[in-house]
Design a protein around this ligand. Structure first.
Ligand SMILES: CC(C)(COP(=O)(O)OP(=O)(O)OC[C@H]1O[C@@H](n2cnc3c(N)ncnc32)[C@H](O)[C@@H]1OP(=O)(O)O)[C@@H](O)C(=O)NCCC(=O)NCCS
Length: 158
């Protein structure tokens, strides 16, 4: 199977945070941000493998800065790493104050998706070909997370 670059499947989208998407303090409700993250990440995974995908896990999620009602919210997702049938997607959620276009990374996340064949079972996906320094760093970091998850599963008494 021919490899693909992270840029080939990367997705970017933009929202305006509305009052019904906020908590009582006037900042984004975490569940709304999580839904946006899951959606954009699944689109990057679908674009990479060209198949149906399911979310297998949310491996990390860090709310670093609050997002306020009226802020523009920019989401960027790209495939960091590919196993045999799974893909790790990284998502950055950027808060942008609309009139000064100052950008701050508000939330980051890593999710794992699994590609499904027509029989609805996991099926192989194309390799990922990181090219830029950032893409190579993300690939190496994702590899560490995948290994750490496997090591933890082995250590846990299941
Ligand atoms: C995700 C799912 C397809 C995995 O099925 P499975 O029979 O356990 O598959 P396998 O054991 O063969 O593993 C397939 C791949 O998934 C990965 N995987 C399985 N469970 C995982 C988990 N909890 N976290 C991260 N990766 C996982 C495996 O490491 C493997 O990766 P690789 O092929 O790249 O090495 C299955 O658990 C499932 O359908 N879950 C429900 C998904 C869902 O409903 N999501 C929410 C809505 S989209």
């Amino acid at each position: 199977m021919e490899g693909k670059k992270p840029a080939d499947s990367a997705v970017e989208s933009r929202y305006l945070l509305m009052p019904h998407q906020a908590n009582p303090h006037g900042t984004a409700f975490g569940g709304v941000i999580m839904a946006w993250i899951d959606m954009i990440a699944s689109m990057a995974a679908q674009r990479h493998c060209g198949k149906e995908v399911v979310t297998a896990s949310i491996d990390s999620l860090s709310f670093k800065e609050p997002i306020r009602v009226g802020d523009h919210v920019v989401l960027k997702a790209s495939v960091n790493y590919v196993g045999h049938t799974s893909m790790e997607v990284g998502v950055q959620v950027i808060r942008e104050e609309p009139y000064i276009t100052k950008q701050i990374i508000a939330t980051t996340a890593h999710l794992t998706f699994v590609a499904l064949g027509e029989d609805k079972h996991p099926c192989p996906v194309a390799p990922i070909l990181p090219e830029t320094e950032d893409e190579k760093r993300r690939y190496e970091n994702a590899k560490l997370r995948v290994q750490a998850r496997k090591d933890l599963l082995k250590k846990m008494n299941r």
